[in-house]
Every structure is written in structure tokens, then in C-alpha cells.
Design a protein around this ligand. Structure first.
Ligand code: HEC
Ligand code: HEC
Ligand code: HEC
Ligand code: HEC
Ligand code: HEC
Ligand code: HEC
Ligand code: HEC
Ligand code: HEC
Length: 490
């Protein structure tokens, strides 16, 4: 009697636990993931537990359940998952941010950068550069390695070393260099296998045909806005000799203040409510993205508040965006958009500064950009003359001294010169910018050309001298022969 009572109770309890679990599993399919993953990938689970998403019940399977048409989807312990939830997986809940991001150059960074040669090839053949089939056919990374390496870093050096076309030399700096920042092309194989991954470059091409990676700035699985607002999130890519934005920021008064008191600022205030009462000085995000002090709306299009394109050879007003043109192939300045961008940026400054302070700063900045442009036109003329005079050849565009100097002047020093001026970094404007461009590179270029012209002159002179000697010799020989035959005849 007692035994069967206990058995009944046991069955009842087991059923209760089972059905309760069933219910939990059915409604919130985060639980079965976590039950394994809290031992398999405990870091991920912990980070997710600290996130806003866990607070509001956005669990693992909400993001990781693969969409039916996503080639990266596969069966994983009875669940159809993807390891690479693209921006499309966030779009449904964060429509505004995703749409803005797709309008930005960030989303296009792979195709505008290292994967551009692949993109052009695909377009030429009338194929969709975003499709998995096209990528499988052409192998974007291979194209990047073959076309980029001869230019940078090699510029003839690898060729001279016999390594450029050596099949054992892989050019893999392209994969762990360019593509880490700009983004890879991820190709999905069987059973969740991914080629071109791990990678969270900002313009990554995802297996589902979408562009970009939100985790470039909101690292998983906290997806924190506080982190995204801090300068080193951007500085991971915006650094180094050709776009030293983080170094410029560190040098600026703004960066200085951030360094000394940033730890105590309010980083978690919801977007739109964030303002000068929470932070004393701006970070990258404040000026380029945040809704700040109610001045302008927050944006995920980092081009929205800019006037200039400071990265190309010649600075022009912001180009039309990918919603209007094929940004990879067409670069059309849009002065109207640029003016609007400038106005928005100024509104941010004026949350903390006066109108005069703000306006005058931009007048000085624009003057620097104009000076740089004038220098570039001169430098470019020098190069074209050198081609015309046959002092250098155009076959590899970056392998002779004038070409290398021309490249450094716009791509490194000239960018530093302009970018330093845009963000209050005087050392980058002057010593690392104008001085490096002019005192160093332009002088070397001019000097090289002067020498080359002299050598050419000397060669010409010595050719005409040797021609004279030759004519002389021929004449003497002719005379001698004539004389000899004359004596013989006699
Ligand atoms: C029965 C245990 C178990 C369950 C349940 C489980 N996983 Fe996993 N998961 C694993 C193991 C084991 C790995 C492999 C770990 C490794 O590669 O180091 C893994 C790997 C993964 C990966 C990485 C795949 C890759 O290619 O790198 C993702 C993403 C993932 N799981 C998500 C989920 C999600 C989402 C759920 C819930 C729908 C889930 N898992 C449920 C055990 C489980
Ligand atoms: C808000 C959406 C979201 C939620 C919720 C989420 N993930 Fe992820 N997860 C992502 C994104 C985005 C990536 C990055 C993939 C990429 O872009 O390369 C990722 C990557 C992963 C990876 C593979 C990468 C790595 O670092 O090993 C694993 C494993 C994973 N998630 C497990 C989980 C588990 C377990 C949970 C629940 C505790 C979870 N995820 C919840 C969005 C999410
Ligand atoms: C099912 C809906 C849903 C999905 C899918 C989703 N999120 Fe969220 N997310 C939310 C909600 C709800 C919040 C909380 C909003 C709030 O607090 O105002 C949030 C908050 C955030 C925040 C702000 C966190 C903070 O610190 O305030 C970020 C960043 C974020 N999500 C990024 C992502 C990314 C990236 C993805 C895709 C990988 C994603 N989310 C997928 C619903 C979702
Ligand atoms: C450390 C990260 C990083 C690496 C590595 C990197 N880039 Fe970039 N690249 C950037 C950033 C950041 C910009 C944006 C500069 C700006 O607008 O101020 C950029 C800009 C560019 C542009 C200009 C795009 C435009 O809109 O005009 C091209 C082209 C480019 N990179 C190609 C490459 C190639 C090719 C490589 C490798 C040989 C490479 N990058 C390596 C971060 C990187
Ligand atoms: C005080 C505000 C402010 C801060 C802080 C700031 N920027 Fe800027 N940034 C600007 C302004 C102003 C411009 C020039 C806008 C224009 O073209 O009119 C600019 C230009 C840029 C550009 C465009 C360069 C180009 O190629 O056209 C990039 C990229 C950039 N900033 C990134 C950053 C990063 C990364 C940080 C942080 C490390 C940062 N900015 C911090 C105001 C700021
Ligand atoms: C370049 C870095 C960067 C990338 C990439 C990025 N974010 Fe953000 N995100 C931010 C910053 C900075 C904020 C805080 C904005 C503010 O202060 O107003 C933010 C805020 C958010 C928020 C909070 C609400 C809001 O509008 O501010 C959500 C949600 C969000 N991001 C989702 C996404 C999604 C989804 C993606 C990918 C499509 C994405 N983010 C890509 C930097 C980024
Ligand atoms: C993972 C690398 C990466 C991160 C992180 C990143 N960026 Fe960028 N950013 C790039 C690259 C690459 C480009 C160049 C895109 C192009 O021109 O093709 C770029 C371009 C830009 C531009 C120029 C846009 C234009 O329209 O000319 C601005 C401004 C910018 N980023 C600001 C930021 C800010 C602010 C953050 C941090 C909140 C940030 N970025 C984080 C890689 C990154
Ligand atoms: C969140 C507030 C805030 C915003 C937004 C802001 N600044 Fe500042 N800025 C400061 C503070 C604080 C100082 C330091 C003032 C001092 O020296 O006492 C400063 C200093 C400066 C300086 C002086 C640099 C030096 O070396 O002394 C310039 C120039 C400047 N800001 C320009 C700008 C411009 C232009 C913008 C907009 C693109 C801007 N600021 C946006 C707070 C801000």
C-alpha cells in the first residue's frame, strides 16, 4: 500500500517536472541551448546573461534559429541553427538601425576595399557579386591576393625576391590584414561549415546575401551600447599610418579629458537621452553616431554627419550613398548631402560649445583641406610628366620611387594632414601630416625626378658624343682605306 503510494507520487512528480520543462523548452528555446552551452561555452552564456537581451527574454534560439533560405543553416542537436546571425537576424527588432547601417560605407567596406577586384569581375560578367554561387566560382580572397599584393605591400620588392608568383608564398597578410577590418566573403558549406570565418570585419558579406556585421561594434553576447560608445571600439580599425583617427583623438583635448575622467561618465543612458550632462567631452560615437542632447537623432550611417571625403586622393564633398548609386563603381560628390552633414555635426558641437567657437573651427579645417588639394594637384602633375617623359613606366602603378612617394603623399601623410585637422590633432596635421608629405616625400620625389632628368641629359650627351666619335672613326677609317687603295693602285 505504502509502496504503490510512493510510486504514484514519484510518477506524478516526474510528470510535473517533465511537463514543466517541456513547457519552458517550447516557449523559450533558450533553455536547451544553455543547458549544454553553460559548460561548453560558459563565457558566451555569462556574457549573454549580462546583456539587455537576457533581461528582455531574447534567448539563444531567437537569434540563432536559421532562416529557411540561409545557406549557413544546419541541424544542431535537433535545432536548425546558424553560427552566423547576420544583420538580417536583427532587422526585425532593430529595423531603423539595420537600414541605416546598410546605407553606410561600413556595410560596403569589403566591396569598396579588398574585395573590389572580385566585385568588378563579377559585375563585368553580369553576375550577382553577393551570391554564394558567384563567390564559389571566382574565389574572392584569391582574387584579392593576386591583385593587391603586387601593389601593397610588394611594390616590386616581392617580385625582385622571386616570391610574387611563387606558389608557396601565400600572401595571407590579405586575410589577416585587410579582411579583418573590411570584412570577408563567408561561404557556407555542408553541416554548418564556414569558409572565411571567423571574421567580424565591418563590411563582411554573409552567406544569406546581406552585408556587414553588427558585432564589429556590439561584441557578442553583451551587445552593449556602453561599449560601442567608447573610442577603442572604433579605434580597433580606425588607427595606423593611413587613418589614425584613434591617435588623433588621443592627442585632442577631447581624448585627453576622456582619458582623465571617462571612467566616471554615464555610459548606459538610452540613446536620445544621452547628453552633455552625462559626459564632459565627446567620443567618436558622440560626434558621428549618437543622439546627443536632443540635437540630432542617433544614426547608424557614419557618413551622415560628414562634409568631406578625406580618404581619397582629392577631397570632395561626400559621395552619393549606396541607396542612390553603385557606390563601389560610381563616386559622385553630393554637395547638398555634404552641407546637411556639416549642419548636423555642428549641432553636436554646439551642445557644448558656442556658435562662434564651432563655426570658426570649421572655417580653419576647410582651409587645410584646400591646401592639401592644391599640393595633390601639383604632385599628380609631376607624376604625369614623369610618365610622359618616359622617366618611369606605368605598368605597375606603385613600384618606382615617384609612384611610391605619390602614393604616400595622398594615402598616408595627406590623409593624416586632413584628418588631424578635422578632429583637433595638431601634431597629425603638421608634423605627421604636412611635414611628412612635403619635407620628406615631395622633396624625395622632386629630387629623384631632377636626378633622373640629369641622367637622361647625360645619356643623351654621351650618346651624341659617342655618335660624333663614331662618325669621326668612320671618316678616319674611310680616309685611311681610300688612301691605302690609292697607294696600292699607284
Ligand atoms: C546537447 C548539447 C547541445 C545543445 C542542446 C546545443 N548545443 Fe550548441 N554546441 C554544442 C557543442 C558540443 C558544440 C561544439 C562546440 C565546439 O565546437 O567547441 C556546439 C556549438 C554551437 C555553435 C557553434 C557552431 C560553430 O560552427 O562554431 C553554436 C552557434 C551553437 N552551438 C548554438 C546552439 C544553440 C543556439 C542551441 C539551442 C538551439 C544549441 N547550440 C544547443 C552542444 C549543444
Ligand atoms: C541577439 C542575438 C544573439 C543571441 C540572443 C545569442 N547570440 Fe550567439 N551569436 C550572435 C551573433 C551575432 C554571433 C556572431 C556570429 C558572427 O557574426 O560571426 C553569435 C555567435 C555565437 C557563437 C559562435 C561564435 C563563437 O564565439 O564561438 C556561439 C557558440 C553562440 N553565438 C552561442 C550562443 C548561445 C549559447 C546563446 C545563448 C546563451 C547565444 N549565442 C545568444 C547573436 C546572438
Ligand atoms: C526578438 C527581437 C530582437 C532581436 C532578434 C535582436 N534584438 Fe537587440 N534588443 C531587443 C530588445 C527588446 C532590446 C532592449 C531594448 C531597450 O532596452 O530599449 C534590445 C537591445 C539591443 C541593444 C542595446 C543594448 C543596450 O546596452 O542598451 C543592442 C546594441 C542590440 N539590441 C543589438 C542587437 C543585434 C546586433 C541583434 C542581432 C544580432 C539583435 N539586437 C537582435 C530585441 C532584439
Ligand atoms: C586596421 C584596419 C584596416 C586594415 C588592415 C585595412 N584597412 Fe582599409 N580602411 C580602414 C579604415 C578604417 C578605412 C577608412 C578610412 C577613412 O575613411 O578615413 C579604410 C579605407 C580603405 C579604402 C578607401 C575606401 C573609400 O571609401 O575610398 C580602401 C580602398 C581600403 N581601405 C582598402 C584596404 C586594403 C586593400 C587593405 C589591405 C591591403 C586594407 N584596406 C587594410 C581600415 C583598414
Ligand atoms: C569632436 C567630434 C569628433 C570626435 C570626437 C571624433 N570625430 Fe571623427 N570627425 C569629426 C569631424 C568634424 C570630421 C570631419 C567632418 C567633415 O568632413 O566635415 C570627422 C571625420 C572623421 C572621419 C572621416 C574621414 C574621411 O575619410 O572622410 C572618420 C573615419 C572619423 N572621423 C572617425 C572618427 C573616429 C574613429 C573617432 C574616434 C577615435 C572620431 N572620429 C572622433 C568629428 C569628430
Ligand atoms: C560602427 C559601430 C556600430 C555598428 C557596426 C553597429 N552599431 Fe549599433 N550602436 C552603435 C553605437 C555607438 C550606439 C549608441 C548610439 C547612441 O549613443 O545614441 C549603438 C546603438 C544601438 C542600439 C540601441 C538603440 C539605438 O538606436 O541607438 C541598437 C538596437 C543597435 N545599436 C543595433 C545595431 C544593429 C542591429 C547593428 C547592425 C545592423 C548595429 N547596431 C551596428 C555602434 C554600432
Ligand atoms: C571592424 C572595423 C571598423 C570598426 C570597428 C569601425 N569602423 Fe568605421 N570604417 C571602417 C572601414 C573599413 C571604413 C571605410 C569604409 C569605406 O570607405 O569603404 C570605415 C569608415 C568610417 C567612416 C567614414 C564614413 C564615410 O561615409 O566616409 C566613419 C565616420 C567611421 N568609419 C566611423 C566609425 C566609428 C565612429 C566607429 C565606432 C563607433 C567605427 N567607425 C568603427 C572600419 C571600422
Ligand atoms: C560633450 C561636449 C563636447 C562636444 C560635443 C564637443 N566638445 Fe570640443 N571640447 C569640449 C571640452 C570640455 C573641451 C575643453 C575645453 C577647455 O579647454 O577647457 C573642448 C575643447 C575643444 C577644442 C580645443 C582644443 C584644444 O586643443 O584646446 C576645440 C577646437 C573643440 N573642442 C572643438 C569642437 C568641435 C569642432 C566639436 C564638434 C565637432 C566639439 N568640440 C564637440 C567639449 C565638447
Amino acid at each position: 500500500m505504502k509502496k504503490s503510494y510512493l510510486l504514484l507520487l514519484g510518477v506524478f512528480l516526474a510528470l510535473m517536472i517533465f511537463s514543466e520543462d517541456m513547457e519552458v523548452y517550447a516557449i523559450t528555446p533558450g533553455a536547451p541551448c544553455i543547458s549544454c552551452h553553460d559548460t561548453i561555452t560558459p563565457g558566451i552564456v555569462k556574457q549573454w546573461e549580462n546583456s539587455k537581451h537576457s533581461e528582455v527574454g531574447v534567448k539563444c534560439y531567437v537569434c540563432h534559429e536559421a532562416k529557411e533560405d540561409d545557406p549557413s543553416g544546419y541541424d544542431h542537436n535537433g535545432y536548425f541553427i546558424t553560427a552566423i546571425p547576420s544583420p538580417k537576424y536583427c532587422e526585425g527588432c532593430h529595423t531603423k538601425q539595420t537600414k541605416e547601417f546598410w546605407k553606410s560605407k561600413h556595410a560596403w567596406a569589403a566591396f569598396m576595399g579588398p574585395l573590389k577586384p572580385y566585385y568588378i569581375k563579377a559585375k563585368k560578367e553580369g553576375l550577382d557579386p553577393l551570391s554564394q554561387e558567384t563567390a564559389k566560382k571566382f574565389n574572392p580572397v584569391e582574387i584579392a591576393k593576386r591583385t593587391l599584393s603586387p601593389l601593397y605591400p610588394d611594390s616590386g620588392a616581392l617580385k625582385n625576391a622571386g616570391l610574387l608568383d611563387n606558389p608557396e608564398y601565400d600572401h595571407n597578410n590579405i586575410v589577416l590584414g585587410c579582411i579583418q577590418c573590411h570584412g570577408s566573403f563567408v561561404i557556407a558549406g555542408e553541416e554548418g561549415e564556414l569558409e572565411g570565418w571567423p571574421n567580424v570585419g565591418i563590411g563582411r558579406v554573409n552567406p544569406d546575401g546581406s552585408l556587414g556585421s553588427c558585432t564589429s561594434c556590439h561584441t557578442r553576447h553583451e551587445f552593449s551600447i556602453a561599449q560601442a560608445r567608447k573610442p577603442y571600439t572604433c579605434g580597433q580599425c580606425h588607427m595606423g599610418p593611413d587613418h589614425p583617427q584613434i591617435e588623433i583623438y588621443e592627442e585632442s583635448k577631447h581624448g585627453n579629458i576622456y582619458e582623465s575622467s571617462g571612467d566616471n561618465w554615464n555610459w548606459n543612458v538610452p540613446p536620445g537621452q544621452w547628453g552633455p550632462e552625462d559626459i564632459i567631452a565627446p567620443t567618436c560615437a558622440t560626434c558621428h553616431m549618437s543622439g546627443f542632447g536632443g540635437a540630432v537623432e542617433s544614426t547608424h550611417d557614419v557618413g551622415e554627419r560628414l562634409y568631406w571625403e578625406l580618404q581619397p586622393k582629392i577631397s570632395v564633398p561626400q559621395w552619393k550613398g549606396p541607396d542612390e548609386v553603385d557606390l563601389v563603381l560610381e563616386r559622385i560628390p553630393d554637395p547638398e548631402k555634404a552641407e546637411q552633414g556639416r549642419a548636423k555635426m555642428k549641432k553636436i558641437c554646439k551642445e557644448c560649445h558656442s556658435k562662434q567657437w564651432t563655426d570658426k573651427y570649421f572655417i580653419e579645417f576647410d582651409r587645410v583641406v584646400n591646401d592639401y588639394n592644391k599640393v595633390f594637384f601639383y604632385v599628380d602633375d609631376l607624376l604625369q610628366e614623369a610618365y610622359q617623359e618616359g622617366l618611369i613606366s606605368a605598368d605597375n602603378p606603385i613600384d618606382e620611387i615617384p609612384e611610391v612617394m605619390h602614393y604616400y603623399i595622398w594615402h598616408h601623410d595627406g590623409r593624416r594632414w586632413r584628418m588631424g585637422a578635422s578632429m583637433m590633432g595638431p601634431d597629425w596635421t603638421h608634423w605627421n601630416g604636412a611635414v611628412d608629405a612635403l619635407l620628406d616625400k615631395l622633396n624625395i620625389m622632386q629630387d629623384w625626378l631632377t636626378q633622373a632628368r640629369k641622367i637622361k641629359e647625360l645619356e643623351k650627351e654621351s650618346i651624341s658624343k659617342s655618335a660624333l666619335i663614331l662618325v669621326g672613326l668612320v671618316a678616319i677609317t674611310a680616309l685611311a682605306v681610300a688612301g691605302y687603295t690609292a697607294t696600292k693602285k699607284r
